[in-house]
Design a protein around this ligand. Structure first.
Ligand code: HEC
Ligand code: HEC
Ligand code: HEC
Ligand code: HEC
Ligand code: HEC
Ligand code: HEC
Ligand code: HEC
Ligand code: HEC
Length: 448
């Protein structure tokens, strides 16, 4: 069986090699990187492949199709653990003498991809667990959600603190997890496979909007739905399957490889003189997810080190790869006007009205989400207030208006009626006990 598999593997490598030859011919690059053909896979590494080809075939097939397999990066390069590592799989010593770790953290990838890892490390993605606690999100800090609700909800997108016992056994409440801000036992933050799923680790996959849409969706951050509604998304749906997705970074060219931008084009990829970045906070001029929209550098829970004027220029340069200055400026003037309307005509005055009820003791401050009117104010900014701003930012009129401003008008009407009723009766609002509370309320330690 072993020899059969080795033969199979040689064929896979031969096919891959001939594909990369064909690609090199296209690019007209004269030198042949023969090391890819001559270098042998070590016996140790071959051992992993042989056994795992039986244990979990799909995984090995994904790896065999990846650029890593092309470049002779094997299981061991990512999974081999150091003697002092906390995450060594003790159970695995029954199968192999090589110490193996199930977690492959950004620190492990940084050995070969230091730039991406360094950019990622300073992003809001990587630091989101700390941000959630700094914001004092009541679902966490007041324990309004239970551990299992967090594990299967919040933490799957945001990431969690991975806990592992001395025998290398994972706490099932924290594993599996590939959230963007996962805290790894080696202290590094995040998980690169949030967007580049294993074991293909494909650049093409990450450039498609679906890679982001797994988290950026739903009532409170519907970026994928917004994208689908936009002209850009419509063009992607109509002809995206014919675009070139795997061009080398920095050479993915608008008009040549693709005709309309994806999330990656606007937020991450190199384009029109704007350098690629794994820090998605770059290119932003507003915090449009916050209750009151502020500049990223003024966002108290996590002040960005960016200058919004420079970042706005960068984002405009993205558009200028395909649009005129008048078209581009017009878009951003409208978006900025929407941000101001939302702040000044909706959220700030409504918040003031509700705050007055606390002063009159008609509302109770202790729990910010256990009275009906508190939930209404929360959804005003967290749901339709975000949708109006995001819809305007990313060219989706239905989100700007019907899912956005229209819903805000209706919600404000409902809040006003509730305020009147409370003022007329003079009796404090009914307090509801939220079901399913009781999650941990202690902020994880981010000092190391
Ligand atoms: C003789 C068979 C065999 C060999 C050789 C082998 N593995 Fe495994 N490996 C397994 C089996 C079986 C499991 C599932 C173990 C379990 O969780 O009970 C596994 C699990 C794993 C896991 C997941 C561990 C976890 O805790 O979730 C990783 C990662 C892994 N192997 C990597 C490797 C690497 C890297 C090598 C080469 C150094 C290797 N394996 C060699 C059989 C093997
Ligand atoms: C480029 C790095 C890289 C290479 C090469 C690699 N892996 Fe992985 N592997 C990962 C990452 C990342 C994960 C997800 C774990 C995490 O989130 O930290 C993973 C997860 C796993 C798991 C457990 C997850 C599951 O779905 O059960 C196994 C088993 C595994 N790898 C085996 C292998 C084997 C066998 C090979 C070689 C054929 C291999 N890996 C090559 C990075 C790599
Ligand atoms: C031992 C070095 C090494 C490690 C460790 C490593 N990589 Fe790579 N990676 C490479 C090389 C070399 C290439 C380029 C292959 C090529 O040019 O074809 C590459 C290419 C890539 C690409 C581009 C793939 C494409 O479709 O063009 C991605 C994405 C990537 N790696 C992600 C990761 C992630 C995520 C990890 C950690 C889980 C990781 N790598 C770990 C060496 C490594
Ligand atoms: C489907 C994935 C997903 C789930 C589930 C999820 N979030 Fe989020 N969350 C996001 C995304 C995406 C954003 C970014 C919103 C934006 O900037 O548009 C976000 C934003 C946030 C923010 C604002 C961060 C900031 O910079 O202002 C907080 C706080 C937060 N989430 C907490 C939670 C909590 C607590 C839970 C569970 C009770 C949760 N989230 C569940 C994906 C998710
Ligand atoms: C938020 C999604 C996301 C996460 C998380 C992510 N990437 Fe990427 N990555 C992308 C996108 C999108 C591209 C393509 C950018 C472009 O077009 O230049 C990319 C491209 C790459 C490339 C190709 C660049 C090259 O020079 O070959 C590498 C390598 C890479 N990522 C490694 C990583 C590593 C390592 C991590 C973790 C530290 C990581 N990525 C985390 C989305 C992500
Ligand atoms: C696994 C879930 C996940 C995936 C996949 C993901 N994101 Fe995020 N993203 C988040 C969360 C969670 C936040 C909120 C972080 C915070 O503010 O605390 C976020 C925030 C953002 C922000 C706002 C940053 C800021 O400074 O306000 C942008 C922009 C963004 N993501 C773009 C992307 C793009 C582009 C992709 C795909 C290439 C992507 N994301 C993939 C979960 C994800
Ligand atoms: C045509 C370019 C473009 C495309 C395509 C695009 N975005 Fe955006 N995105 C923007 C602009 C412009 C803003 C507002 C920037 C600012 O703050 O001035 C924005 C804002 C955001 C924000 C809000 C950041 C915050 O917290 O305030 C998130 C999150 C986001 N985009 C994610 C995505 C995701 C995910 C996709 C794909 C599904 C996507 N974007 C597609 C241009 C784009
Ligand atoms: C890769 C090229 C490309 C990039 C980059 C790009 N766009 Fe577009 N955009 C298009 C194409 C193509 C259309 C469709 C033109 C048409 O409607 O005839 C379009 C349409 C639009 C529309 C019309 C929407 C509608 O509903 O009619 C607006 C507004 C727009 N883009 C704004 C922007 C902004 C703002 C940016 C930068 C944040 C941007 N675009 C980046 C290619 C691009």
């Amino acid at each position: 069986m072993k020899t059969k598999l080795s033969v199979f593997f040689c064929i896979v490598i031969a096919v891959i090699t001939s594909i990369s030859f064909a690609e090199r011919k296209d690019l007209d690059v004269p030198q042949v990187k023969t090391y890819r053909i001559d270098r042998k896979i070590s016996e140790e590494a071959q051992g992993c492949i042989d056994c795992h080809s039986e244990e979990a075939k799909g995984m090995v097939a994904d790896w065999a199709e990846s650029r890593h397999a092309h470049a002779n990066v094997t299981c061991i390069d990512c999974h081999k653990a150091g003697a002092a590592d906390k995450d060594i799989s003790v159970a695995h010593s029954d199968y192999s003498d090589v110490p193996v770790s199930a977690i492959v953290s950004p620190k492990d990838c940084s050995r070969c991809h230091p730039t991406e890892a360094a950019e990622y490390a300073k992003s809001k993605h990587a630091n989101t667990i700390e941000i959630m606690w700094n914001i004092k999100d009541p679902w966490l800090t007041k324990g309004l959600s239970s551990d299992i609700e967090r594990t299967t909800g919040c933490f799957t997108c945001h990431g969690t603190v991975v806990k592992i016992d001395k025998k290398g056994k994972f706490d099932p409440l924290t594993w599996p997890n590939v959230g963007v801000g996962r805290k790894n036992p080696d202290g590094s933050l995040g998980s690169c496979s949030s967007c580049h799923t294993r074991h293909k680790f494909s650049i093409a996959e990450a450039r498609k909007p679906e890679a982001c849409g797994q988290c950026h969706l739903g009532p409170d951050h519907p970026q994928i739905e917004i994208y689908a509604e936009s002209k850009h998304g419509a063009i992607y749906a109509a002809e995206g399957d014919k675009w070139k997705w795997d061009s080398a970074p920095g050479t993915w060219t608008p008009g040549v490889d693709y005709r309309a931008p994806t999330c990656s084009t606007c937020h991450m990829s190199a384009i029109n003189g704007v350098a690629a970045s794994h820090d998605v906070t770059e290119r932003l001029a507003w915090e449009t997810q916050a209750p009151i929209t502020v500049r990223p550098s003024e966002f108290k829970p996590w002040p960005a080190k960016t200058d919004w004027k420079k970042e706005r220029k960068k984002m405009k340069k993205v558009c200028l790869a395909c649009h005129s200055p008048a078209w581009t400026d017009g878009h951003f003037d409208r978006f900025d006007a929407v941000v101001k309307t939302y702040n000044n005509d909706y959220f700030i005055p409504m918040k003031k009205k509700v705050t007055a009820l606390y002063d009159k003791k008609l509302l109770d401050k202790k729990n910010p989400l256990d009275e009906k009117i508190e939930i209404e104010l929360y959804e005003l900014w967290h749901h339709e207030g975000r949708r109006a701003r995001f819809g305007a930012a990313m060219m989706a009129p239905d989100y700007a208006w019907w899912h956005g401003f229209y819903e805000m008008k209706k919600r404000c009407m409902e809040i006003d009626e509730m305020i009147d009723e409370l003022n007329e009766s003079g009796k404090p609002a009914k307090i509801h006990k939220l079901r399913g509370s009781g999650g941990d309320t202690i902020k994880p330690d981010f000092s190391k």
